[in-house]
Structure formats: C-alpha cells, structure tokens
Design a protein around this ligand. Structure first.
Ligand SMILES: Cc1ncc(C[n+]2csc(CCOP(=O)(O)OP(=O)(O)O)c2C)c(N)n1
Ligand SMILES: [Mg+2]
Length: 698
C-alpha cells in the first residue's frame, strides 16, 4: 500500500499488523454487542450488557497480557479483552443463548460472565467488587509459590472493574493487602463515568479514583484515555511490566465511554443529556481509531472494509451456530453443586472403625490442632491464615515467645512448625480472609482459614454465599475453591449477644457448601480431616463451649482417622423417643435422657455431626422405631436449623409418628450476658427433660 506513515508516526511500538489486528478485535467486540442487542430484541437471548466504548483499553490490555500464563479476574464489560486473549465470537454467543456447550458456564450464567481454564480467566460472577480479594489471593499464590520454589517467575494477575464498583469496601481491603504484600497484581479501572445512572462523583470522593488511591505504598498509578489504543497500550505495558518485574502492584485508571446505556434494561437518555452523550460519541474508539489508521496511512478504507467483511462473516456463522445449539438438559441442574469426583460422604472417607489411638485423652482444641499438624505435614499446599492464628507475626520475636496460635489456641505452634509462608495472620477483615482463600484455592493451594467468631462472619458472607459456594456450579465444574473455613460459634459461655451466635441455617441453606459441627473431640478430629481432604468448600463449626470439656475428651485417633460427611452417631440408644441434635445440645439431651431412664423413659439421642448433608437414614430409622421425635438445636427456634429437620420428618415419617414433631431450641431473641438471661435463652438439660415428659405423655 502507499503509506503516509512515517517513522515519526507514533505507534507505541506496534507494527501495522498489530494495529490492524487490534482494530479487528475492537470491531468484532462491538459487532458482537450489536448482534446480541438484535437477538435480545428478537427474544432469542435473555440479557445483554455491552463492552461498547471500553474496547480500546481492553484490547491493549489483552495485547500486553499472556493468556494461560497470567491470571484474569474480569467483569462484564471485558468482551474485547476476552477476544484478544483468545475467546471466540461463537463462545460468547453460546453464552448469550444459554447453550449447553457455552464454555463460560454451560448456560448457567448470564452472558458476559466469562470463564476459561485454558486462558486462566477465572469464572466471573455478578456481585460488583467480589473479584478484588480473589485476585489478590491469586497474586498471593504466585508470591507464595515463588517463596516455596525460591525462584522468581513472571506471571501477573489482572483485575478489572468499573468506576462505581471501586466504592465497595472489598476494593479497599484488596488494595491494602496487595500493597502490604507487594503482590504482582494489576488493577484496571474502566471509568465510564457512571454506575448505571449514578455519576462517578457521587460514589467517589472528588470524582477521581486514581487520586484517592495515591497513599497506598508502592502502588504504581497511571491515568490514561482508555479510548486511545496507543496511549492505553503504552500505559498497560508499563503497568504490567512493573508487576512482572516484582516491583509491586500497579493501578491503571482508564477513562472510557459507555455508548449503549448500562445494559439493554437501561435507557440512559432518562438521566444523561444529549450533549453529554454526543461529547462521548466524539471519543468513541470505533470512530477515532479507524480514522487514525487511515489518516496515518496504516490502512485504506478498502483495508478497513475487508476487515469489516471478515468480522461480519465470522459473526454470521457464529450466530447460526449459537442459535442452533441446544440448551442444557433440565436434569443437569444438579451437576457440580459439589465435586462430582470426590465424595466426602463415601467409603474412602470412612476410617471411623479403625482408629489408631495414642497418648492420653485430651481436649477438642488439642485434637483439632493435632489434626491440622498431621494434615499440614501430609499436604504442603495447606495454608492457614486468619486473625491471630499465627504464633507471632514478627520474625524477630517468634523464637523468643511461646506463641499465640489463635484466641482459643487451636492453631498454636503451627507457624513455628510450618513457617510464616504457610501460617500467618490476616488483617482484621473477614471478607479479606475468605476472598483471598478463594483466589489461593483456585491456584491449587488448600486454604484452611479461621474466622475468629461466627458472630463476625458476616463481612465474609458475600464471599461465602455468592462466590465460594457457587464457584464450581456456576463454572459448570471448570473452577472450584475447596476452602475450609473454621469458625467458633455458640453460647453457654456467658458471651452475650456477640459471642454466642449460632445461625447455621444461613449456611446450610447455601447449596455448594458443606456444614459440619462436631460435638466431641474424637468427631472433631475425624470430621476436620475429611473437610481438609475433600474437594468441596466446608464451613467447620467449632463450639467454643465444647473446646475444653472433660466429658468430650478423646485420645488422638491417628493421622488417617476420617468420619464421612452425612453419617450421624447414635450417642445413646433408646426405644421411646428420638432426639435429633448436634453440637452443645448433644450433652444436654444425653444428660436429660439419663435422668428420664429413672422415670422409665428410654430416649435415643442422635448426634448429626454434619448439618449439610445430614443423615436422614439414621434419623428416619430411629423414628420408625420410637415413633416420637424431638429436634433439639441451639439456634433460635423459628426458622432455625431444626425447622428443616422437622419438616423432612413430617414429610417422610408422618405415618410412623405417634406425636407431633417437637422442637427444643433457643428463644427467638438474642443471647443475654447475665447468667439468668443466658440460661433462659439457651436450651438446658431441664428443657430437654420437660420435652421428653411432654412427648411421651402425648
Ligand atoms: C454487589 C452488587 N450491587 C449491585 C449490583 C447491581 N449493579 C450491577 S452493575 C452496577 C453498576 C456498576 O458500575 P461500574 O462499576 O461503574 O461499572 P460499569 O457498569 O459502569 O462498567 C450495579 C449497581 C451488583 N451486580 N452487585
Ligand atoms: Mg462505570
């Protein structure tokens, strides 16, 4: 071609071929959006959100980063980036129609929720802001791998976001840790000036996120016109290099536009005046970049037409293929809620009848600690972190002190044995703990993290319910985060409102999560081992009141002692009434049952041990024998965990019942600190005794 391009023409070092290829990516991205808009209007797809206006900086990012080597935590606008990394138009349209063969999620997620194991694009979810801490966890995995290997690598993690999403607390938590650990992570803020209808200055003090983050130590901050491919390429290249060279985290603030409203469900003319939208249109990279290519002689109008024709042909074929693709069969909805390969309810997790006892009887705290020690020796990928879990954070004091090891000493001595790269304190931030754990688990680490008190798990609830529990299902089994979360819970310790909470049902109500609650030291050992070795996320509830009770002590059952999930224990056999319970109420139900024996009543006490899944067979078999049942639990009675057990019993055992299903539970209040208040709130031995009397008299 005749070229006007001179050696002086600034191209950010890109060749003509690279420039034209970049244009093709940008155009393809925009045209897929256009096609989806059309398909949505025809009711052939069910949701559309565009990447329009963001294409230049995203294509530039895709040119700088390495698919399958670097790691990607993206959001819904990142179509051009995914295309540049290697995703195809038809893969995107398979998502749009909800096809079974959609490689992003198998038709489980809305379109523009990316995911690719080959490209290292971690399954995108919908909550704004949950990606940051996971990305930090993934960058942390790079760092911890490099410490373990003693060699520096080159991979970096990219996390992208809109401007509005930077108002989420987790954004700030993540920057705190990224900078504190000097992680190889690159943030890309795609600032289109709006979060749906809310302009940027409403959410961001002063209106500029890059100005706000200036105080973070070591953070390399760049601002750029994200509609300018060349400027974006140059800035992304510098930012990524900074992280690749292990200088620390980088932060790119790119100003982009949003020409297609927030989504097809939104009409921005309702809240943006015409002149503002026209000014944006002037900056549209699909207008300015091809004009620049022609102006500087990198392409003729004919060259651009050839590219456009190629894009249209690809899109036509992709549309035909996608529209012909079948939806997933309805029966597949159960696939990959949990690991399809490793079944923690199975026989390979049942060594309960073969304990190798050693030592003298000891407490639940001690056996939990010994279990974790054994597992950490067995599996070098286990990491342990949380608030106060380390012995001492500062290296220079570690050898001089006995070590903290958790506020209840469950992790005592683990940092001393396994080192500070495997056992360490987190900041005082619960979402940080779980979010990072997810990012680490996705990289093949096995995080066993601690939430210090159940009462304070709520900042992490979004990460647990929307992220941890959904990861495997939403990615159609492509990604999984088998994290173990240990947390202390429960009352009977004069702990008042905020150190006594139970509330297990909020977690058992979350598909994808296993929930475990041992009532004694031996079960704690066997269940924690199963939790650590299985491939599902587990919430492991440790009752503070049971940590050091002499009645539940046991000898160490050895390093291969496992209790499968979903296998209850008959704590006491009986014939007149069944009590189904778990945790701290097991002992109360048992003591009351022993009292009732004097009154001629024979009570059977079943300790569920795992709350999700739970052992229906053992419970139902017992009820068929006793014909009477009490469900005992420490949660507040209404909507508590036992309500579901009672409903299942009513469904399955109605014909066997000689009395209504009875519940023994806490009052529908909070737990008071004063002993009289606490005693009145929580189910006591006497509460069980009254219930036994009442149900046998029915
Ligand atoms: C936690 C959460 N809150 C609210 C929403 C609904 N929502 C989806 S996108 C969005 C605006 C995001 O704005 P921004 O981060 O600027 O990204 P943009 O869409 O402008 O690219 C909102 C409020 C959500 N998905 N998740
Ligand atoms: Mg925005």
């Amino acid at each position: 071609m005749t070229s006007l391009a001179t050696s002086e023409t600034y191209t950010a070092g890109l060749s003509r071929d690279q420039l034209l290829a970049a244009y093709r990516t940008m155009l393809l991205s925009r045209r897929i959006d256009d096609r989806e808009v059309q398909l949505k209007r025809q009711n052939k797809i069910f949701f559309q959100i565009s990447g329009a206006g963001h294409e230049a900086v995203l294509t530039a990012a895709g040119m700088v980063l390495r698919p399958g080597h670097d790691w990607f935590y993206l959001y819904y606008r990142d179509r051009a980036l995914c295309l540049q990394l290697g995703m195809s138009a038809v893969d995107m349209l398979y998502s749009a129609v909800g096809a079974a063969r959609d490689p992003n999620s198998g038709g489980r997620q809305m379109p523009s929720h990316w995911g690719s194991t080959a490209l290292n694009i971690v399954s995108t979810s919908s909550p704004t802001g949950t990606q940051f801490l996971q990305a930090v966890g993934t960058a942390e995995a790079t760092m911890r791998n490099e410490v373990m290997d003693g060699a520096r690598g080159t991979e970096v993690t990219l996390v992208t976001t809109g401007d509005g999403t930077t108002s989420e607390g987790e954004f700030w938590e993540s920057l705190n840790t990224a900078c504190n650990l000097n992680l190889p992570i690159v943030y890309l803020v795609e600032d289109n000036g709006y979060a749906i209808s809310v302009p940027v200055e409403v959410g961001t003090a002063g209106g500029s996120i890059s100005r706000l983050v200036k105080g973070f130590p070591g953070l390399y901050i760049q601002e750029v016109d994200g509609c300018d491919l060349l400027a974006s390429y140059e800035v992304m290249e510098r930012a990524v290099r900074y992280a690749r060279e292990r200088q620390g985290p980088a932060f790119v603030h790119a100003k982009v536009i949003r020409p297609y409203s927030h989504s097809l469900s939104d009409d921005e003319t309702m809240y943006r005046p015409a002149e503002e939208r026209e000014a944006d249109a002037e900056r549209d990279p699909l207008r300015t970049f091809p004009a620049w290519l022609v102006e500087h002689g990198f392409a003729t109008d004919e060259d651009l037409a050839v590219i456009a024709d190629g894009v249209e042909a690809e899109l036509l074929q992709a549309t035909d293929d996608a529209l012909a693709a079948a939806q997933p069969d309805a029966s597949t909805v159960y696939h990959a809620v949990y690991s399809p390969e490793v079944d923690p309810t199975g026989e390979q997790f049942d060594t309960e009848d073969d304990p190798q006892f050693s030592g003298s009887e000891t407490t639940m705290v001690e056996l939990l600690n010994q279990c974790m020690r054994d597992e950490m020796r067995r599996n070098p990928r286990i990491l342990m972190f949380g608030e106060d879990v380390a012995d001492a954070s500062r290296a220079d004091v570690l050898e001089k002190v006995k070590g903290k090891g958790g506020v209840f000493k469950v992790t005592h001595g683990l940092q001393k044995e396994f080192g500070s790269n495997r056992v360490y304190n987190s900041p005082l931030a619960e979402a940080n703990i779980v979010g990072r754990a997810i990012g680490l688990a996705l990289r093949g680490f096995k995080p066993v993290v601690e939430i210090q008190f159940f009462d304070y798990i709520w900042p992490a609830f979004m990460q647990i319910r929307d992220e941890l529990a959904t990861m495997r299902w939403r990615s159609n089994n492509a990604f999984a985060a088998p994290v173990v979360i240990r947390t202390t819970y429960g009352g009977y310790i004069r702990g008042g409102v905020f150190h006594s909470q139970t509330g297990a049902s909020l977690f058992t109500h979350t598909p994808g999560l296993r929930v475990v609650c041992p009532s004694n030291a031996l079960d704690a050992s066997g269940l924690l081992r199963t939790a650590i070795r299985c491939e599902d996320p587990v919430l492991f509830l440790e009752h503070k009141h049971l940590y050091r009770q002499t009645y539940n002590k046991a000898m160490n059952p050895g390093p291969n002692f496992m209790i499968p999930f979903g296998k209850a224990r008959v704590a006491r056999e009986g014939t007149d009434v069944t009590v189904v319970t778990y945790g701290a109420t097991v002992q109360r139900a048992l003591a009351a049952a022993n009292q009732m024996a004097d009154e001629g009543v024979s009570a059977e006490v079943i300790d569920l041990r795992t709350l999700s899944p739970w052992d229906k067979e053992t419970v139902f078999a017992s009820i068929r024998k006793t014909n009477r049942v009490i469900v005992g639990y420490e949660d507040a009675q209404s909507w508590g965990y036992g309500a579901e057990i009672a409903a299942a019993i009513a469904d399955e055992c109605f014909a066997y019942l000689d009395a209504p299903v009875m519940r023994v539970a806490s009052t529908d209040t909070f737990v008071g600190y004063a002993p009289q208040l606490e005693d009145a709130t929580l189910p006591q031995q006497e509460t069980f005794r009254q219930a036994y009397r009442k149900i046998v008299a029915y």
